[in-house]
Structures are given as C-alpha cells and as structure tokens.
Design a protein around this ligand. Structure first.
Ligand code: KG4
Length: 334
C-alpha cells in the first residue's frame, strides 16, 4: 500500500510517499524554514505556519512526482496530528484531511513522536521489536520502550529543556547563531572537552528523566562579564558543553536498555545528527553488548517518511481520522 504523508509539526514542511508494506521510501521531500527564523534566533510560530501554507501543496506534489505516482495510486493519507505548534500542525493535517475527503481515501492522524520512534525501520538494517529508543530533538528528549509498531512506553523525559533546545540556547549565549546544534558541534571539533568540568545532571539514581537547565546556567556563569569569549575559549566551552550533554544521554540510554533487558537501542530526532553522540553511543553500546541503530540523518530530523510508516501501522490497528478531528499541541504517546 502506498501512503502519502505530510509533516508540519514545527518548521519543516515535509511530504513523502512510502510503500509501507515493503518499508520502501519512494520520495521524501522537505522544505526548511531556517532562512525566516534565523534572524530571530529561534522559531517564530506565526511565521512558520504562514510558510507551511505557502509550501504544502508544492511539497506534496513534489513527493508524488518523485515517487512516480499520482493520487490514484495512493491507498492511505497520513499526517502529523500532534504534538507540535498548533498553527503549523493545522496546515499539514487539514491538507491531508482535504485530500483524503476529495479522493475518498482513509486518513490517519499520527503522533509525531511515534514517527521518530519508528524511523529506524526505514533503513535496510532495522531492529526487531522490542527495543529501547532515545528520542532527542529541539522539542523533546525522552527514553521509550518500543514494544511494537503501536505500543510505546515512555520511561522518562526532560523536566525542563530538551537537549536540542539547550544546544540552541547555549549557541545564542555564545553569539553563534541558529540552529545552535550544528554550530556548537562544529566549534567543539576544535575545543577540549575537558577544559570545563560542567555538571552532569543524573537526577535520581535509576531515573530516566533528564534536566539540562542547570548545565545551561553553568555555561552562562563561566562567560566573561563583558564581551564574547575568544575563539579558543568558545571552542572549549562548546566541546565541554557537548560532552556533558552526550555523556548523560548515552549513559541513561544504556541503563534504560539494560532495565528493559533489550539488546537493541535506537536513536532518533534532530540531535541524532550530532557526531559525538552517534560515535559515543555506538562505542558504549558495543562495550555493553548492545546493538545500536543509527538511522540516516534524513530520517532522524523531522520528515514525512516516518509519519507514513507510523500512520500505516496505526491504520492497521483500526485508527482513522474524520474530517472534524483537530490537532493537539501536547499529548502523551499511547
Ligand atoms: O528533530 P528536529 O529537526 O526538530 C525539532 O525538534 O525542532 O531537531 C532540531 C534540533 C535543533 O535544536 C538543533 O539545534 C538540533 O536538533 N541539532 C543538533 C545537531 N543538528 C541539529 N544538535 C546537536 N548537534 C547537531 N549536529
């Protein structure tokens, strides 16, 4: 069955066509918005939803064209229903419902986090169920037990900032720009990760929650009173900050996999693009006898291919969205 999927939960307008039974991605199109948000140092929701409106049809048409198919070949329409920015979500979800209504196709609303947790299945080498997943992005940082394509149990989540948000805020403090993750990672390549011993927030022993706000404050405290740190200090700050984030993410993920008695671990979300996180998780996984699955970057960041797959599995269990269904800004995964 071919699934046409839309994703517009934040600042990317994405559409994809996926052969869901074969788990084959026929197209995966994304129109980003960094150009309009960069001057503000973060995402401006009103601007994001306006740009989604301008782009959604063109991106959906591009996805169909690149897949070499038309709406006549599509068997299911899926779209992110939440969580995310309401104005942004409404664009993709309403578009999907309208297409489904016009073409008499079933439509299914998808939880964005379910998409991230299943994105690893789009790779040729995919894990079997069950597995432990670390979802780490600009809006979320959480550990999940993934029992099946539709059963996810949250083991812990951040109590304050998401890891990507912490990267973005620290980059802003250092005057590096937006989005901060890749900019900090680039600076960190030249820096010494042991130059500053920033706190690691382990919270309660055996707890799988995260907290990054104290780390952010610790970085602020070592900044010079006036002016910006010089190039060498900036690189050291970035490397030391990144190391503190990565160490906590990796050790908590490994502890979670052991608690679940799982042998497989999966990484997802925009921060999964971080090379230090990828290599350290892989190395520690090896030491601990765990197989680590790192999806390609195009499936880690927000994309519609993962929404197509998650939508297909939800549809198989009987889920469908009627024309009057609304989006949601927050919701637990169930
Ligand atoms: O999943 P995603 O594309 O969308 C949101 O959740 O918004 O993740 C974006 C987040 C941003 O906070 C960005 O700074 C972070 O992922 N990010 C990174 C890297 N690339 C993107 N963080 C650390 N290192 C990177 N290389």
């Amino acid at each position: 069955m071919l699934v046409l999927a839309l994703e517009s939960s934040c600042d990317d307008t994405a559409a994809a066509v996926v052969d869901a039974v074969e788990r084959r991605v026929l197209s995966n199109c994304i129109s980003g918005q960094n150009d309009i948000h960069t001057p503000f140092g973060g995402i401006v929701p009103e601007l994001a939803s306006r740009r989604h409106i301008e782009m959604v049809q063109a991106v959906a048409e591009a996805a169909l064209q690149q897949a070499g198919c038309t709406l006549a070949d599509i068997g299911l329409v899926a779209a992110t229903q939440g969580p995310g920015l309401v104005g942004s979500l409404l664009v993709g979800f309403t578009f999907a419902k309208a297409v489904a209504l016009a073409r008499n196709l079933p439509c299914v609303g998808v939880n964005h986090l379910a998409g991230h947790l299943l994105a690893c299945l789009l790779e040729a080498e995919a894990p079997d169920f069950p597995y432990t997943a670390l979802l780490v992005s600009g809006g979320n940082t959480a550990l999940f037990r993934v029992d099946s394509p539709t059963r996810f149990v949250c083991m812990g989540r951040t109590r304050d900032d998401a890891a990507g948000e912490a990267f973005d805020k620290v980059a802003k403090m250092l005057g590096l720009g937006y989005p901060g993750g890749p900019l900090i990672a680039r600076q960190a390549e030249q820096g010494n990760p042991a130059a500053f011993r920033f706190p690691r927030s382990w919270l309660d022993r055996d707890a799988f929650d995260f907290s990054f706000s104290g780390l952010k404050t610790a970085v602020r405290k070592v900044l010079p009173q006036t002016g910006r740190p010089d190039a060498a200090m900036t690189a050291d700050l970035c490397a030391s900050f990144q190391e503190a984030v990565v160490e906590v993410l990796v050790e908590k993920s490994i502890a979670a996999a052991h608690k679940n008695s799982h042998q497989q671990m999966v990484l997802g979300g925009g921060v999964a693009a971080n090379q230090r996180l990828r290599t350290h998780l892989q190395a520690r996984g090896l030491e601990e006898g765990l197989r680590v699955f790192l999806p390609a970057l195009q499936f880690c960041t927000d994309n519609a291919a993962m929404i197509a797959l998650a939508g297909f599995y939800a549809f198989q269990t009987g889920c469908q969205s009627g024309p009057n269904e609304d989006v949601y800004s927050r919701a637990a995964l169930h």
